[in-house]
Design a protein around this ligand. Structure first.
Ligand SMILES: N[C@@H](CCC[C@H](N)C(=O)O)C(=O)O
Length: 270
């Protein structure tokens, strides 16, 4: 099985090209591939398949020729991955499957417009990030209140007073399963002024990662809400680098780097 490896602000992914939708990828095989000791190691997996081969998205994919089949490192599905969509776009361009510039990518969370910037960074139109209410988490015995934000996938973004560097995110932070029946990605952040936030994240299905694109959008929305804003441009610093989030009236944009770092043959099997 041919694979590539890439990352966006150190949120890393195994990429499996599967243009005709022929790969059988049981959950246990994905978890094995993403295992950092027994496998290649990654926060998630991106299967690259033509939308016309995927009946459940083909009808709503619009002009997107390619579908990003995203899986968390535990093998579970997610609706959307912000960093993954940039890495996916970088792969499509480098593989010559799309012309550089602007194009669409289909995801379970909807079709997303992608733009390769002259700087080399990639901007993704993430769609509207919707505040659904409030909820609470507990990390290391400390409770934090935050906003439940839908970025295609579920987030709980909490502004905290303690420095995020001091948090112990080795274990699953608690959350309310009544509010988040399918699990949740939990962001904890320090807002610095009105345009910068420092964030750490515990991702559903992957644990603590060094970056989360949808989480950065949720963080920007929650940070802006602290001063009653719903629009603006935010720099979101994560352990793996820095992302730009632009909150517009009816959509949000995520901009950042994406690189492919390796390619090879995978011998793992079920
Ligand atoms: N790292 C991603 C989000 C991946 C999906 C998430 N773990 C979920 O289960 O919703 C990003 O960059 O957005």
């Amino acid at each position: 099985m041919r694979f590539l490896k890439g990352h966006g602000t150190e949120n890393d992914f195994v990429i499996l090209p599967d243009p005709d939708g022929e790969l059988d990828l049981p959950t246990s095989l994905i978890a094995k591939i993403c295992d950092r000791r027994a496998g290649l190691g990654a926060d998630g997996l991106l299967r690259v398949v033509r939308t016309k081969q995927v009946p459940e998205v083909a009808d709503q994919a619009g002009d997107a020729e390619w579908f990003m089949d995203y899986r968390n490192s535990d093998g579970g599905m997610a609706e959307m991955c912000g960093n993954g969509s940039r890495v996916f776009a970088r792969y499509l361009v480098e593989a010559g499957l799309v012309a550089s510039g602007e194009f669409a990518v289909a995801t379970r969370g909807g079709t997303r417009k992608v733009k390769i910037e002259d700087t080399g960074e990639i901007t993704v139109d993430m769609g509207p990030a919707v505040v659904r209410g409030e909820s609470v988490t507990s990390v290391g015995g400390q409770e934090y209140q935050g906003l439940h934000i839908d970025v295609g996938n579920p987030h709980l973004a909490c502004a905290i007073g303690d420095p995020v560097t001091q948090l112990d995110l080795a274990h699953q932070p608690s959350f309310d399963p009544g509010v988040f029946p399918s699990g949740v990605n939990i962001e904890l952040f320090n807002a610095v002024g009105t345009s910068r936030a420092v964030m750490r994240v515990f991702e559903r299905g992957s644990g603590e990662t060094r970056s989360c694109g949808t989480g950065a959008v949720a963080t920007a929305v929650a940070a802006a809400a602290l001063s009653g804003d719903t629009t603006g441009t935010w720099t979101v610093e994560v352990p793996g680098g820095s992302l730009t989030v632009i909150l517009d009236h009816d959509t949000s944009y995520l901009r950042g780097p994406a690189v492919i770092i390796a390619a090879g043959d995978l011998m793992l099997a079920e």
